[in-house]
Design a protein around this ligand. Structure first.
Ligand code: C2O
Length: 352
C-alpha cells in the first residue's frame, strides 16, 4: 500500500526532530500554473546580483523564530523527522524513512520545492530559484563546478556559511565523489587524479538502467525502509555529505545547546544536514541529475507502481500552510514551474 500523509501527532520525538504540534488537516497540494518559469543555474556561474539576493533570502530565513515552520531551523528539523523514522502511523510498526529507498529523489524534490518557494516569498521575488552545486562537473576549467563556491565559504556575515564544514572541503579543494571519511586523521584527500575518478564515478552511477537501480528499491507502507538505496543516493550523494561535513565537530560545543556536535556535522549527519544552506544546493544538483537521467529516455523511466505514485508527505508552504503532496505530483518539472539551465555533463564523454 502507499504511505498515507504522516500526522504530526504520531511523530515520536526520539531524534528531537518532530515539528511542533499542529492539529490542522493538511490541504492538498495544487499546481500554480501562473508562477513564472524559474531557472535553477549552476552555482559556479551565478553573478553578484544573484548572490546578494540568495544571501538575503537565507538571512531572512535564519532570522525567523524557530517556532516558524519557514525558519531554517524548522526546515532542518523537518528533514530530520523524515530520516529517523520519527513519523509513525497508527497501527503500523514502522516509522517512515525517506532515505535508502525509492522515495529518495521524489521526497527531496518536494522538500526543495517548498523550501525554494519560502525563500522566494521572504524576498518577495517569485522568480527566485536555488542554484545547484555542480559537483559532478569534473572539467578542470575555471570556474570549477566541483568545489564549494567561494561565496559559501566567506566566514563573516554570510548566511550561506556554516562553521560545521570540513576544512578539507573548503575551496580550492575539489570534491571527492568517493570520499569515505578517511580525512579523520587531518589529511585531506589527495587531489591527484580526482577529476578523472570523479568523472568515472558519475559515468558509472548515472548509467543505472532501471528505476530500481536509480531510485532505490520499492518501499511500501507497513514495512521497514531505509535499507536499499539507489546508486546515486549511495554514491556520490552520501559521499559528498560526508566530505562536506566537519569530521572534528564533536570536539567543539554547540553554543546554542552547550552540547557536543556529532562527528561530520552538519552536512555529514542526516539529522543535521539541512541546517547548512549548502544542503539545498547539493540536493538541487541531484534533482537535476534525476531530470537529466529521465530525459536520456530509453529504459530511464520512473516507477509506475501506485504504491509509489500515491504515497503522500506533508510540508509547510510559504504561507505556513500544512500541505500534503503525493509522489505523482512531483514528476513533471513543467507543472512545478521550474527548470535547470542546460548543462553539458562532461562525464558523459569517455576520457581520450
Ligand atoms: Cu535527506 Cu542528502 O539527504
Amino acid at each position: 500500500a502507499p504511505f498515507p500523509a504522516p500526522q504530526i501527532r504520531y511523530c515520536s520525538n526520539t531524534t528531537g526532530c518532530c515539528p511542533p504540534p499542529d492539529a490542522r488537516v493538511p490541504v492538498d497540494f495544487f499546481f500554480q500554473p501562473g508562477l513564472p518559469m524559474r531557472v535553477r543555474s549552476a552555482a559556479q556561474f551565478v553573478d553578484g546580483k544573484y548572490i546578494a539576493k540568495y544571501r538575503k533570502a537565507y538571512a531572512a530565513m535564519r532570522a525567523l523564530p524557530r517556532s516558524d515552520p519557514r525558519s531554517l531551523y524548522a526546515q532542518a528539523q523537518l528533514h530530520c523527522a523524515y530520516c529517523g523514522g520519527a513519523f509513525k502511523y497508527k497501527g503500523s510498526a514502522w516509522g517512515l524513512e525517506i532515505h535508502g529507498g525509492w522515495f529518495f529523489f521524489a521526497w527531496h524534490r518536494a522538500f526543495l520545492y517548498f523550501h525554494e518557494r519560502i525563500l522566494a516569498s521572504l524576498i518577495r521575488d517569485h522568480t527566485f530559484a536555488l542554484p545547484f552545486w555542480n559537483w559532478d562537473n569534473q572539467l578542470p576549467i575555471e570556474p570549477l563546478g566541483n568545489i564549494i563556491p567561494c561565496y559559501f565559504d566567506e566566514v563573516d556575515n554570510n548566511p550561506l556559511y556554516s562553521p560545521n564544514r570540513a576544512q578539507c572541503a573548503r575551496p580550492p579543494n575539489i570534491v571527492d565523489l568517493a570520499y569515505t571519511g578517511a580525512g579523520l586523521n587531518g589529511e585531506c584527500p589527495d587531489m591527484e587524479g580526482l577529476q578523472d575518478s570523479n568523472g568515472e564515478i558519475m559515468r558509472l552511477q548515472m548509467s543505472a538502467e532501471t528505476a530500481r537501480l536509480f531510485h532505490g528499491n520499492p518501499y511500501r507502507y507497513n514495512t521497514r525502509g531505509g535499507r536499499s538505496p539507489g546508486n546515486m543516493e549511495r554514491t556520490p550523494h552520501g559521499n559528498v555529505h560526508v566530505f562536506a561535513g566537519d569530521p572534528l565537530a564533536d570536539l567543539r560545543l554547540n553554543p546554542d545547546t552547550q552540547q557536543k556536535y556529532a562527528a561530520y556535522d552538519d552536512m555529514g549527519n542526516l539529522n543535521r544536514a539541512a541546517y547548512d544552506p549548502l544542503f539545498y544546493a547539493h540536493h538541487t544538483n541531484l534533482d537535476r541529475l534525476w531530470d537529466f537521467w529521465i530525459k536520456q529516455g530509453g529504459a530511464h523511466t520512473d516507477f509506475s507502481d501506485p504504491d509509489y505514485l500515491n504515497s503522500k508527505f506533508i510540508f509547510y508552504d510559504e504561507k505556513q500552510n500544512l500541505v500534503s503532496i503525493q509522489v505523482s505530483q512531483v514528476l513533471d518539472l513543467d507543472k512545478l514551474r521550474y527548470k535547470y539551465d542546460d548543462m553539458i555533463n562532461p562525464w558523459l564523454m569517455e576520457p581520450p
